[in-house]
Design a protein around this ligand. Structure first.
Ligand code: SF4
Ligand code: SF4
Length: 350
């Protein structure tokens, strides 16, 4: 593979807030300057082989890197993920180069990944990875390893504690009493959920709060979907992948079983247990995302089955949940989900 003019010059390494190497990233403007158009396809295929993702076409200008301030990011939709990245926001708020310089490193909310270590890729491909291959196709995304290396070289006086922030709980005060007294227990459960940290450690950091907001948005949507569309049989409820997918907007569904299990663990704390019944061996796409439908069929790939702790069984939680959400939907139509997220049940009061 030929390299473009000047590419032998050693370029200064540019590292993202989460430890990716922007200056060696196949999506970057920098690699497009190094690799000629005629070699791009071959290079892209190799990147895909080791990372599972194929870089955008050579003709695209390339990513300008995570350290570029928001006002200088190009208007292309590609950069939306940078604008939203919680680790980038956190590093910028704390005025540090990257997470390695942070007193909380490695915190539970950084997006630094352990998915691209030499060992994991080698295990996945069932072959050994030599240094040249690792350096060229993997190292730029082996972000946690990169950060740990940086951290090991830093003197204590370069490490800063993050500037802490506090969370506001955005819920509407009830201005009366429910006409249907059964709703009280459900409402109390909603309040418990709204007041909890949803399992987030470090919610007092920018990354922690952003992670909390993401979980909160998903959890309310998930409760809304299974509460309205789940099939209830006594104290059990089931909801299939197609129904979840069709009702998911404005959020995306978790893409792996492990991501789903984060939400199952949160619900378990509130007395609702959930687990998968997997219906196919074709659950995942080649890119590693869970499918909603079994290929070439209209059948769901999985069903989530839910049960209740004894204290919730006493109140027929799923049945009353369905009643309260259905009534909110009938009474407030387009605003129903927004009302639900803010626990605005005032339209159901006497
Ligand atoms: S921000 Fe991400 S996509 Fe952009 S150059 Fe850096 S590592 Fe690549
Ligand atoms: S709090 Fe976490 S995400 Fe934020 S800078 Fe520190 S290590 Fe990175």
């Amino acid at each position: 593979m030929r390299l473009n003019k000047n590419s032998e010059e050693v370029m200064e390494q540019i590292i993202s807030r989460c430890g990716n190497l922007c200056s060696e990233c196949p999506w970057s403007i920098y690699m497009r300057r190094q690799i000629g158009k005629e070699d791009w396809e071959e290079y892209s295929e190799e990147v895909k082989r080791y990372t599972g993702y194929k870089p955008i076409k050579y003709e695209w200008e390339g990513c300008v890197g995570c350290l570029t301030p928001n006002e200088k990011l190009p208007k292309h939709p590609f950069f939306n993920f940078l604008r939203k990245c919680r680790t980038r926001k956190c590093g910028s708020h704390n005025e540090i180069y990257n997470c390695a310089y942070c007193g909380r490193f490695p915190c539970a909310n950084t997006v630094a990944s352990t998915n691209f270590t030499r060992e994991r890729i080698s295990e996945k491909l069932e072959s050994t990875i030599d240094d040249k291959t690792y350096d060229r196709y993997i190292k730029m995304f082996d972000s946690m390893t990169n950060l740990k290396k940086i951290r090991s070289t830093l003197p204590d006086d370069q490490i800063k504690n993050p500037k802490t922030i506090s969370r506001k709980i955005d819920i509407t005060t009830l201005k009366g009493e429910f006409k249907n007294k059964d709703y009280n227990k459900i409402y109390e459960k909603f309040l418990e959920i709204a007041n909890s940290n949803l399992g987030i450690k470090g919610i007092d950091t920018v990354a922690g709060l952003e992670n909390y907001m993401l979980r909160k948005d998903f959890l309310w949507r998930f409760i809304w979907i299974f509460g309205l569309h789940g099939k209830i049989e006594g104290n059990e409820l089931s909801i299939d992948s197609i129904t979840l997918y069709e009702n998911r907007k404005p959020i995306s569904l978790p893409s792996t079983e492990d991501q789903w299990k984060i939400y199952f663990d949160i619900l378990a704390e509130f007395g609702i247990t959930a687990d998968f019944e997997i219906k196919t061996d074709k659950l995942y796409t080649p890119g590693g995302y869970m499918r909603a439908k079994i290929p070439q069929t209209n059948k769901p790939t999985y069903i989530i089955k839910m049960n209740l702790a004894p204290n919730l069984q006493k109140y027929q939680f799923f049945k009353v949940l369905n009643e309260i959400l259905s009534e909110l939907q009938n009474k407030t139509r387009k605003r129903a989900f927004t009302n639900f997220k803010k626990l605005n049940f005032n339209p159901l009061l006497s």
